[in-house]
Design a protein around this ligand. Structure first.
Ligand SMILES: Cc1cc2nc3c(=O)[nH]c(=O)nc-3n(C[C@H](O)[C@H](O)[C@H](O)COP(=O)(O)OP(=O)(O)OC[C@H]3O[C@@H](n4cnc5c(N)ncnc54)[C@H](O)[C@@H]3O)c2cc1C
Length: 479
C-alpha cells in the first residue's frame, strides 16, 4: 500500500523548479507568502543542465577562437584545435556536474520548501507528489498553483527513429565525446548553435534543414550569415531537404539518415533539433478541465484563462521559450499572485505595469550564440507588416563601421531597425555580427522605452565601437 502524507498547506505551490519556478517562488516568498516547490529531476531545470548553460559553455571557446583568428597579430597563435577535454570539462563545471546542491541551498535560503517527485494536479488548488520511492504527498495551495514544468524536445514520428538512439538537445549539450560525424536535423536556434559547437570541436557536421534557410523566425540576413560561416568552418549546410527515415543497428555504430529523394547520409550520431512540446502530459490537467499535453494559454499576469488560482509561467505557456523571458514572466506572476493574495481585485491595465508581461508581445529579446552572433528584439519586418504597422526597414552593413573593422579583420555583419512610420519609434532591431550580443540591450531600451527617433539622435555612441552602427542607422533613416 502506498503511504499518503498530508495535506500540507502553502500559500503557493510551484510545479517545476527550473529558472522560472525558482523565480516565482522567490517573488512570492519576498512578498511574505509561504511557498513549496515540486521538482521531479534537478532543481535548476533544463536551462542549467541541458540547455543555456552547457550550450553556451561549449560555444564560448568556438566563438572566441573564430574571432581571434581574424585579429592581425593574434591569428597565428590560435590556428590549432580546441582542447576538447578542457572544453568539455568547463561545460561540466558550468552544469555543476549535473548536481543541484547549489540551487537547493539557494531555495533553502529564500525559505521555500522543496518536495522531490512528480507533481500532478488533483483538482483545484490540490497537488499530489509521487516521490522517488513511490510515496505520496498531498499539498494544497491557499492562493495559487504555478505550473512551471517547461518543455521537452519533440522527435518526429519517422520510421526507425525511436530505435536509432537519436540525440536531442539533452545529449547534444551533455555528450562526453565528440562524434566523428554528426548530422543535425533542424535549422532553428538549437540546430545552428549545436552545429557550430560540435563543428568547432572537430566533428564533421551536416546540417539538414527542411525550409529554405536557417533561423526562419528571424530577419533573413541572420540565417544567411550563419549559413555562410558554418560552411566556411567546414560544415555542410543543406536546405530544402526532408528526412524520411532513420536506420541504425542497435544504439551504437553508424546511423543512416534517409532523405526524401532516397539519398542516404551516414553519421556517428544524429541530433534532432525539431521543436519543443509542453511538459503537461502527465500533470493532471484533466482534473481541472484542461487538455493534457497542451500548451497552457494565459493572460498577461500569467494566469490560466478562466481560472482564479492556476498560473502557467515560462516555456509551458508558449509565449517565448527563453529563460530570461520566463524569468520576467515569473516576476510578473509573483507580483500578481501576491497582489491578489492581498485582496487586490483589478491589477491595472497600463501597458508597462509590473503585473502584465507585455514585453512578451512586443519586445522579446534573443541572442543566438553562433559565429556570427545574432541579437534581436521586438518585431522583424515580416512580423511588423503582418501586424498591420506602417513601417520602414533601415539597413546598414556593419563592415562599414570603424569599431567593427578594428574588432576583426574582414568583419562581416548587418543591422536592421524597423521604424514605425506613424509613431517614429522602433518596433524591432536585429544585429548580426561578432560581439553584437552585448549591444542588444541598447536596442531593447529603445524599443521598450518607445524612444522617439529624434531623441535617439542625441544618444551618441562612443568612437570607435561597433555601437556606432546606431548613428549610421539613424543617418540612413534621415537620408
Ligand atoms: C539547447 C538549448 C539551449 C538554450 N539556450 C538558451 C539560452 O541561451 N538562453 C535562453 O534564454 N534560453 C535558452 N534555451 C531555452 C531555455 O532553456 C528555456 O526557455 C528555459 O529552460 C525554460 O525554463 P522553465 O523554468 O520554463 O522550464 P525548464 O527549465 O524546462 O524547467 C522545468 C522544470 O520542471 C520540472 N518538471 C516538469 N514536469 C514536472 C512535474 N510533473 N513534477 C515536478 N517537476 C516537473 C522539470 O524537471 C524541470 O526541472 C535553450 C533551450 C535549449 C533546448
Amino acid at each position: 500500500m502506498t503511504d499518503v502524507t498530508g495535506p500540507l498547506e502553502y500559500d503557493v505551490v510551484v510545479l517545476g523548479a527550473g529558472p522560472v519556478g525558482e523565480n516565482v517562488a522567490d517573488r512570492v516568498r519576498a512578498a511574505g507568502l509561504s511557498a513549496a516547490v515540486v521538482e521531479s529531476e534537478l532543481i535548476g531545470g533544463e536551462c542549467s543542465y541541458w540547455a543555456c548553460m552547457p550550450s553556451k559553455a561549449l560555444l564560448r571557446p568556438a566563438i572566441a577562437r573564430a574571432e581571434a583568428r581574424r585579429v592581425p597579430g593574434l591569428s597565428g597563435a590560435v590556428q590549432g584545435p580546441l582542447d576538447t577535454k578542457a572544453v568539455l570539462g568547463n561545460r561540466d563545471a558550468f552544469t555543476s556536474h549535473w548536481k543541484d546542491d547549489g540551487q537547493v541551498a539557494w531555495l533553502d535560503g529564500i525559505g521555500a520548501a522543496i518536495h522531490r517527485g512528480h507533481g500532478r494536479l488533483e483538482g483545484p488548488r490540490r497537488v499530489s507528489v509521487t516521490g522517488p520511492d513511490g510515496e505520496q504527498l498531498l499539498l494544497t495551495a491557499r492562493h495559487a498553483v504555478a505550473v512551471c514544468t517547461g518543455s521537452r524536445a519533440v522527435l518526429p514520428g519517422l520510421p526507425g527513429l525511436a530505435d536509432a538512439a537519436p540525440w536531442t538537445s539533452r545529449e547534444a549539450t551533455s555528450a562526453q565525446r565528440v562524434p566523428g560525424r554528426l548530422v543535425v536535423v533542424g535549422g532553428g536556434v538549437v540546430g545552428v548553435e549545436m552545429a557550430t559547437a560540435w563543428r568547432a570541436l572537430g566533428a564533421e557536421v551536416t546540417l539538414l534543414v527542411r525550409g529554405e534557410g536557417l533561423l526562419p523566425r528571424m530577419e533573413p540576413f541572420a540565417g544567411e550569415l550563419v549559413a555562410r560561416s558554418l560552411t566556411e568552418a567546414g560544415a555542410t549546410v543543406r536546405t530544402g531537404v526532408s528526412v524520411t527515415a532513420v536506420e541504425r543497428d542497435g544504439s551504437t555504430g553508424p546511423v543512416t539518415v534517409v532523405l526524401g529523394d532516397g539519398e542516404r547520409v551516414e553519421a556517428d550520431e544524429v541530433l534532432f533539433a525539431t521543436g519543443r512540446a509542453p511538459r503537461t502530459d502527465d500533470l493532471g490537467l484533466e482534473t481541472v478541465g484542461l487538455e493534457p499535453g497542451s500548451w497552457l494559454t494565459v493572460d498577461d499576469s500569467c494566469r490560466v484563462e478562466g481560472s482564479d488560482w492556476l498560473y502557467a509561467v515560462g516555456d509551458v505557456n508558449h509565449r517565448a521559450l527563453l529563460t530570461h523571458q520566463g524569468k520576467y514572466q515569473a516576476r510578473v506572476a509573483g507580483a500578481s499572485i501576491a497582489a491578489r493574495a492581498r485582496g487586490v481585485k483589478a491589477l491595472g491595465t497600463a501597458p508597462w505595469t509590473a503585473h502584465a508581461a507585455t514585453a512578451d508581445h512586443r519586445a522579446v529579446t534573443q541572442v543566438v550564440f553562433t559565429e556570427p552572433e545574432i541579437a534581436a528584439v521586438g518585431l522583424t519586418l515580416a512580423e511588423a507588416e503582418a501586424a498591420g504597422h506602417r513601417v520602414r526597414a533601415v539597413d546598414y552593413d556593419l563592415s562599414g563601421v570603424a569599431g567593427a573593422a578594428l574588432y576583426a579583420d574582414g568583419y562581416r555583419g548587418h543591422a536592421r531597425m524597423i521604424v514605425d512610420l506613424d509613431a517614429e519609434t522602433l518596433l524591432g532591431v536585429t544585429f548580426a555580427g561578432p560581439a553584437v550580443g552585448e549591444m542588444l540591450h541598447s536596442a531593447t531600451v529603445a524599443v521598450v522605452g518607445e524612444v522617439p527617433i529624434d531623441r535617439l539622435w542625441h544618444a551618441v555612441p562612443a568612437y570607435p565601437t561597433i555601437s556606432e552602427v546606431w548613428l549610421r542607422l539613424l543617418e540612413t533613416y534621415r537620408g
